[in-house]
Design a protein around this ligand. Sequence first.
Ligand code: PEP
Length: 246
Amino acid sequence: MRYFIGNWKMFGIPKSINILNKINSFHSKDKNRKKYRVIITPPYTLIESYSKHFKNKKILIGSQNCYQKDQFSSNTAAVSPYMIRSVGAKYTLVGHSDNRSEGDTSKMLKRKVEFALNNNLKVVFCIGEGRSDKKNKKTFKVLKNQIIKVLEKKFYSNNIIVAYEPIWSIGTGKIPNKDELTKTITYIKKVLKNIYKKSPAVLYGGSVDGNNVEMFKQITEIDGFLIGGASKSSKKFIDIIKNYYR
Ligand code: PEP
């Protein structure tokens, strides 16, 4: 199974659902549709209406983050996995670099993963090294730490997907070269196999578009993509899928 996950970040109002309607109608007619899953993570404000709209359709809705507490608490503006699940989301991102840079620590992320899984949300756990980590050849060390400090053996690995997103690549148009990326994805899977018998799916994210997907698709170890900017346009998102299977 391959995954094409669109992360809308701070984008979208109710009528933006037109973008997803177009993606859904492409997906439902695509001859390759059984080979992949489309998940979109709109902002919290749209999760309920979009989940209802696509209830019996192909597109699945997820959230971009969740709070590290179960059910309810007194934290202003916090949204728990329980609340997210109750409005129809099936997935949640955890550990996106935007949130790590705003203070999400591994300790917090572990709780988010745990509560999300307990509330029947599948988790897309994001990891990635920064520009200076890469320059100082610390990539593997950073990635290993990000994984082992959060993902525990007791978590049900079938409900976890890992997204490798080098921070220097997010929204910049810069992408890793093929050899480098193959080695990194293989390394991530090796670390994951030390925790779980079978590695969860590992996605790549960072400036993926309809052109560069030609290179990414040659790396068979990549199980799919987390797509930011290009997921806000139905044409760009569909082009990625079309070119991936061409
Ligand atoms: C992201 O924010 O997760 C992302 C991958 O963004 P972009 O595709 O725009 O680089």
